[in-house]
Design a protein around this ligand. Structure first.
Ligand code: CUA
Length: 207
């Protein structure tokens, strides 16, 4: 069997689907369907379309999207990396005054354990794992991602309301998984003070 290119494979797959749909239509028109039954089939299909539309619109509305780029890092040597050294974790301003938050996930916590950020402000989170696969979920926000060892997970978000937010691990990572959490204090924009230390934009490092 010869190898097919990606576009050929895609065309094959689309072709199969088109055949399947044609076949399905032919079957549906050839068998007798009661009028009432037909009505309910249509209602069901409409409901499915409506739900898919709601999910799609909601994803665009809340900026939910799959990660857009791949950035690698040596998870075993985070403490030696420039960007994720212990003294560099937490909330910082980059050279342009944008807020960047660097967090390390490890069994069983997120480090730093507690951070404070301003509300209604664009925040860029950069997450890395020091050991195994973790996940991070912050309820009421679009923050929900896997933290895969060897990769940097970058998410941009903002918190509309001040308050205390939990940061939870949502990927099973071991016996302490259900105790793996930390928290974020979201402070009114005008009350938040930028951290004193200003770090110029991250430099490329080799881990
Ligand atoms: Cu970390 Cu579950």
């Amino acid at each position: 069997m010869q190898n097919k290119s990606f576009s050929e494979q895609t065309q094959d797959l689309i072709g199969k689907w088109v055949d399947f749909i044609k076949d399905f239509r032919a079957q549906m028109t050839s068998i007798h369907v009661d009028r009432l039954e037909r009505k309910w089939i249509n209602i069901t299909l409409l409901t499915v379309c409506l739900l898919v539309a709601i999910i799609t619109i909601d994803a665009f509305w809340h900026g939910i999207n799959p990660p857009g780029k791949v950035e690698t890092i040596d998870s075993a040597k985070l403490h030696l990396s420039k960007e994720f050294a212990e003294s560099n974790l937490g909330v910082q301003l980059d050279g342009q005054g944008a807020i960047v938050i660097r967090m390390v996930a490890g069994r069983y916590s997120f480090f730093p354990k507690h951070i404070a950020v301003p509300a209604e402000t664009k925040l860029t989170f950069r997450w890395v794992s020091m050991d195994v696969l973790h996940g991070v979920h912050i309820p009421m926000t679009n923050m929900s991602t896997m933290i895969v060892p060897g990769y940097v997970a970058e998410i941009t978000t903002s918190f509309p309301k001040p308050g205390e937010y939990p940061v939870l691990c949502n990927e099973y990572c071991g016996l302490g998984h259900n105790h793996m959490w930390s928290n974020i204090s979201v402070i009114a924009k005008e009350d938040w003070k930028a951290p004193a230390k200003i770090i110029v934009n991250k430099e490329p490092d080799n881990g």
